[in-house]
Ligand binder design. Structure first.
Ligand SMILES: Cc1ncc(COP(=O)(O)O)c(C=O)c1O
Length: 393
């Protein structure tokens, strides 16, 4: 489908629907008159097949306790195989009501209070909260940036693990907000270090489906069988098909020993993790949503290109991170805007609601993260407003 047709058929104005992104502006930013390009959900309806599957169940009318049937497992396992070349066995799979919940549960199951958890920053801010809220010690290894390309400082990563006796590595792959797909060699190096110090790995792969055409996503599950005992992978259809409120996600644990620890712990925090509507939507998405997703990725790539071209033409010292994955752009405005001016330039003048860099990392206060999953017109408008406000400052 052409990009224009995709946007025409799927873009929806969902103001006044109690949407966090559109109707939560006053609470989060103190103003309602902002163009919302913040929280990571999309301005697009889920695929028709997903809506139809949900409607069919609504007509059925019974919403009692449910579990995942064989066709669910088949759809999930096929999707992982076909889309990412990942082998998953049914026994490895657990469900939860969201990926953030999942990494909280895993941190609780795999470490004790006061033990250390390491993360690579900048990263999705609930990573910081999960470590701190569970009273674990937060250890941060900073990614190294050069002209918008982010790499890992392996020496620093190892040294921090050694010094802090780290127990868990909470990894984001692909990495939100910097947009990197981690290469197999990079993952191997990370995982070898983790194994050397007996560190368990939680790999949050919620952005796995938003891969730039021509690039290849490498899951923690496909790096090598020798790592499978130490890895838990988290995925969900919620980002890919805009289903976040249906509260359904996957925890994939290949190791039987880790599954036993996880299952025992999870009984103490969640009773019924199987979301009926979440499972129906996910099965339909994985069975029939592939073309929709490919069309959506074309829209996101166009939006990124439009944004990058327009910004760099007008503000050549802005650095936009190479986006290999996700629908998020990570934009360094520090050449033009002081830390103290960020809110006045971005919100008061440009009238934008974005995610501020400092949410993702204390060193990123000159950055913003822009959500590209909207109609191209909104991206053009946002960039025009941003450029004008910086030039007039
Ligand atoms: C890396 C990452 N993990 C998890 C989530 C949220 O997952 P959930 O809504 O399933 O808790 C997001 C949402 O932006 C994310 O970017």
């Amino acid at each position: 489908m052409s990009i224009e047709n995709f946007i025409r058929e799927n873009y929806v104005d969902f103001k006044r629907t109690d949407s966090v992104k559109w109707d939560g502006l006053k609470d989060k930013f103190g103003h309602e008159d902002l163009l919302p390009l913040w929280v990571a959900d999309m301005d697009f309806k889920a695929p028709k097949e997903v809506q139809e599957a949900l409607m069919k169940r609504i007509e059925h009318g019974v919403f009692g306790y449910s579990f995942a049937g064989e066709s669910y497992y088949e759809a999930f396992i096929n999707w992982q195989k076909k889309r990412h070349g990942i082998h998953v066995e049914k026994e490895w799979l657990r469900f939860t009501t969201g990926v953030v919940n999942s990494f909280n549960f895993l941190i609780q199951a795999l470490s004790q209070e006061e033990e250390s958890v390491i993360i690579l920053a900048p990263v999705y801010y609930p990573f910081f909260d999960a470590v701190k809220n569970n009273r674990r010690r937060l250890v941060v290894s900073n990614l190294v940036e050069s002209k918008g390309h982010y790499t890992i400082d392996f020496e620093d990563f190892e040294e921090k693990i050694r010094q802090n006796k780290v127990k868990v590595f909470l990894h984001c792959s692909p990495q939100n907000p910097v947009g990197r797909i981690w290469k197999k060699e990079e993952l191997e190096k990370l995982f070898n270090i983790c194994q050397k110090y007996q560190v368990k790995i939680i790999s949050d792969e919620i952005h796995q489906d938003f891969i730039q055409p021509g690039k290849e996503f490498v899951s923690a599950l496909s790096v090598g069988n020798e790592y499978l005992e130490d890895i838990a992978v988290l995925t969900s259809s919620s980002k890919s098909f805009n289903l976040a409120s249906l509260l359904h996600s996957h925890v994939i644990i290949p190791s039987e020993a880790v599954r036993i620890i996880y299952d025992k712990h999870v009984q103490t925090v969640i009773n019924n993790p199987d979301s009926l509507m979440g499972m129906i939507a996910t099965e339909a998405a994985y069975t029939s949503g592939e073309q929709w997703l490919d069309d959506l990725i074309d829209v996101i790539e166009l939006n990124f290109k439009v944004m990058k071209e327009k910004i760099t033409e007008e503000l050549p010292h802005v650095v936009i991170a190479e986006k290999e994955a996700t629908y998020l752009a990570w934009v360094d405005l520090s050449y033009y805007i002081e830390k103290s001016e960020m809110v006045s330039v971005i919100q008061d003048k440009a009238k934008l609601a974005i995610d501020y860099g400092e949410w993702f990392d204390e060193n990123s206060s000159g950055f913003i993260r822009i959500n590209l999953a909207t109609k191209t017109e909104n991206i053009e408008k946002a960039v025009d407003q941003l450029v004008a406000s910086i030039k007039l400052k």
